[in-house]
Design a protein around this ligand. Structure first.
Ligand SMILES: *Cc1c(COP(=O)(O)O)cnc(C)c1O
Length: 492
């Protein structure tokens, strides 16, 4: 299977293997890599996957996309990435909350956030790709994070041979707990630095470094090249397709659905990577009907899905679901490419960078709306939903998950659709203890992580994940803050 850039206008040129796509991250023309065709997943195949543990489901799905990878090696990498010592009790458990609401918990990995699902396997895929493409240089991973990606990437790449990693985060855009998790990161090949501004400033800074020829040459002279671990990398996206298939298998195994029954999914969305992976699963043939795109007060996607205009020229809100505080959802480009083709994608992306907005045709909008529903949740609604879900459904959700639950509830009350729905849960409540405690009834006295974990344990009657408690006693290693135009000084 070959991969093509979303901005490539000539479908016979510049195709690359999956190893090359993973090694490059962003395509040289600024587009994102997509497989030239989407493999088919039959219902029979789904039924056989249902009999396998998560790591084997992952091997099967990944090998359909990464056709140049040796399947035995993929199987080994999936076992290492998703095994019991990294994901205790299984990689993506599905928890029944009500008769129609099933919570797909993607935060049982080492950093307690859904980014682990991709970032525990991605470094292994890149390592293999370097060997497969006979690369002699080191890879330098650059990450812009609004919180959870940074820690998950650091943990995933830590002490991997032939790879260094630098993580940039917006100085006031992450929680104290997220900051502490990153600042205390262990490993010889890691660096962490804060950037003045918001997530988009950090992300644009990373994009600028990637597209700067002079910096690429400078890296070349120093014996390395830049690569990405952000959700624009196909190596991040492909592993996320797996848990949608896995959730469907688990619903089958639990007798909640019969083979072929349609389900809905609802996804708390920022950069559009997670929900787009679900769309690919649907395109493969997994019986998914509606996809509910849940946003917080930064409702740029809600407006797009409802009206066809993507407009990032608006006020940016800092919310209690910071990993979704995004005005440029990079992976939306991949959906546009599938729905509208390369010319239209190139036009929209050019308009987005020139004017900060674009509008798609009626025809494209109709296609989009035949699958996607856009909803958003204000800060007050998110908090109220978190409290209601905890008190009345006995389910403790984090703030991002609560945005999704609120949007799901709104969708049901608008449409009356009682289809069984997988609502994706993207972080442990203990990653956002301040806002979770405030929402369920007690505003904490300060933001000190140790106090917050204790308080949430007391209020909820649950236990903090060991991975988070352990962070509290580690020394802080990284304290640097830079302005966005100076981000490269951290690398050279
Ligand atoms: C990254 C993240 C999201 C958003 O996922 P996208 O793939 O960027 O849409 C939602 N919730 C949490 C906790 C995250 O870390």
């Amino acid at each position: 299977m070959k991969y093509i850039s979303t901005r490539n206008q000539n479908k016979n040129e510049n195709l690359v293997s999956s190893a090359e796509a993973i090694k490059k991250g962003l395509a040289p023309d600024g587009g994102l890599y997509m497989p030239t065709e989407i493999p088919e997943l039959s219902l029979e195949a789904v039924a056989s996957l249902a009999k396998l543990p998560y790591e084997e489901r992952a091997t099967e799905i990944l090998s359909m996309f990464l056709t140049d990878y040796d399947k035995e090696k993929l199987a080994l990498d999936c076992r290492t990435a998703y095994g019991e010592d990294r994901f205790q009790g299984g990689a993506a458990p599905l928890v029944k909350v009500t008769d129609t609401h099933f919570s797909l918990e993607l935060w049982h990995g080492p950093t307690c956030a859904f980014k682990d699902m991709a970032l525990q396997i991605m470094p292994r895929l890149l390592s293999r790709a370097l060997v497969m493409t006979e690369e002699t240089r080191k890879a330098h991973i650059l990450v812009a994070t609004s919180g959870d990606t940074g820690k998950a990437a650091l943990e995933g790449y830590r002490d991997v041979d032939g790879i260094d990693i630098t993580v940039f985060y917006p100085v006031d855009g992450v929680s104290p707990m997220q900051k502490l998790q990153m600042a205390t990161q262990l490993g010889e090949n890691v660096n962490v630095c804060a950037v003045y501004g918001n997530f988009d400033d950090a992300q644009n800074g990373v994009k600028r470094i990637f597209s700067d020829k002079a910096l690429a040459n400078k890296a070349e002279d120093a014996g390395f090249f830049f690569s990405s671990a952000n959700s624009i990398n196909w190596g991040r996206l492909a592993p996320q397709i797996v848990y949608y298939v896995s959730a469907y298998c688990d619903l089958l195994n639990a007798g909640e659905i019969s083979l072929g029954d349609k389900i809905n999914v609802c996804v708390p969305t920022g950069n559009f990577g997670n929900i787009f992976a679900g769309y690919i699963a649907r395109e493969m043939g997994l019986p998914i009907d509606k996809m509910i795109c849940a946003s917080n007060a930064n409702c740029v996607l809600t407006d797009f899905i409802r009206g066809g205009t993507y407009d990032r020229t608006r006020e940016f809100f800092k919310t209690m679901s910071p990993s979704m505080d995004i005005l440029i959802s990079s992976n939306l480009e991949r959906l546009l490419w599938l729905l509208a083709g390369p010319e239209e994608t190139a036009r929209c992306m050019a308009e987005l960078s020139a004017n900060g907005k674009y509008t798609v045709s009626e025809e494209i909008l109709a296609k989009l709306q035949s699958v996607f529903y856009g909803y958003c949740s204000t800060e007050e609604e998110t908090a109220a939903c978190l409290k209601d879900t905890f008190e009345n459904k006995k389910y403790l959700a984090d703030t991002h998950t609560s945005v999704a639950i609120d949007c799901y509830n709104k969708y049901v009350s608008d449409t009356g659709d009682m289809t069984k729905t997988v609502v994706v849960s993207t972080a442990s409540p203990y990653k956002f203890p301040y806002d979770v405690c405030s929402s369920i009834g007690k505003t904490p006295e300060n933001e000190e992580p140790a106090y917050l974990l204790g308080l949430l344990e007391e209020l909820s009657g649950t236990k903090a994940p060991a991975a988070l408690s352990a962070t509290l006693s580690l020394p802080v290693r990284f304290k640097q803050v830079v302005a966005a135009p100076e981000m490269e000084t951290v690398i050279f």
